[in-house]
Design a protein around this ligand. Structure first.
Ligand SMILES: C[S@@+](CC[C@H](N)C(=O)[O-])C[C@H]1O[C@@H](n2cnc3c(N)ncnc32)[C@H](O)[C@@H]1O
Length: 241
């Protein structure tokens, strides 16, 4: 896929995002770890720690939306008593997740669905997570409304997403890496330069820490907080229904 999903309407955007991830599904994990120098693993671990109290409850159900190849779902399931379910609308990404999930002691149910229109009853989940997924939705507010709908009252949403580095010098350095180096390496290894040009482009259009917190409040989340990761390259936002 060479076109930028952001240049389409909402339906076209979803289709283009799905095609883009279908094209890189086989290389997605190795590139993630290479391009982030494995720091992405720490970030997912932080999400698990934030949710520790829910994950230790045997009756709790946690939905990992836009789970892709399943790395966060698997991380959440480590030593968890709760049930973790993964969902994504891109079948080839889920196919990779299934190969990993098959090898686990407790298989993670994987559901093919659009995160903006989930086949779940309202108030079904004790917690919902979404890692590097919301930014790719065609409409962030409507996506957040949908994630709010499926949470039980008192349930928590955790959003792990790229954000805005907080230190000025580091911000410039990171921007250079993210905008010039990463698309070249990502393009060479995956064969899809477009996907790795879309990444910095989509991050630059996505709200920063405060902007995302405001958006979450606007759609009805309360007690919204965020924690910067690696100097603000990424952040975990938490909101309560
Ligand atoms: C960057 S990957 C993140 C995957 C995984 N959460 C992780 O941490 O590696 C983004 C994922 O979001 C999925 N996605 C994007 N928009 C979606 C939507 N509207 N509904 C469901 N999944 C979506 C893509 O298919 C892709 O698998």
């Amino acid at each position: 896929m060479t076109q930028n999903p952001s240049s389409h309407g909402e339906i076209g955007h979803a289709k283009a995002v799905k095609e883009m991830f279908s094209g890189i599904a086989g290389r997605y994990d190795s590139l993630n770890h290479l391009l982030s120098l494995n720091i992405d693993k720490n970030w997912r671990r932080r999400v698990r720690r934030e949710l520790a109290d829910v994950l230790e409850r045997p009756e709790a159900v946690v939905l990992d939306v836009a789970c892709g190849t399943g790395d966060l779902s698997i991380e959440l399931q480590q030593n968890a008593s709760a049930t973790v379910v993964g969902t994504d609308f891109c079948r080839p990404m889920l196919a990779v997740a299934a190969t990993k999930s098959d090898g686990l002691a407790r298989r993670i149910p994987l559901i093919e669905a659009d995160g903006m229109n989930l086949p779940s009853a309202s108030e079904s989940f004790d917690a919902v997570t979404i890692a590097f997924g919301l930014r790719n939705f065609a409409n962030w507010s409507n996506g957040l409304v949908e994630l709010h709908r499926i949470l039980k009252p008192g349930g928590r949403l955790l959003v792990l997403e790229f954000s805005a580095p907080v230190l000025p010098g580091f911000r410039q350095l990171f921007k250079f890496y993210f905008s010039y180096i990463l698309p070249r390496i990502g393009g060479m290894v995956s064969g899809s330069r477009g996907a790795y040009e879309y990444l910095p482009d989509s991050v630059s259009r996505f709200p920063d820490q405060r902007g995302l917190a405001d958006l979450m409040r606007k759609v009805g989340f309360s007690d919204v907080t965020y924690r910067n990761l690696t100097g603000g390259i990424a952040a975990i936002h938490v909101g309560v229904k």
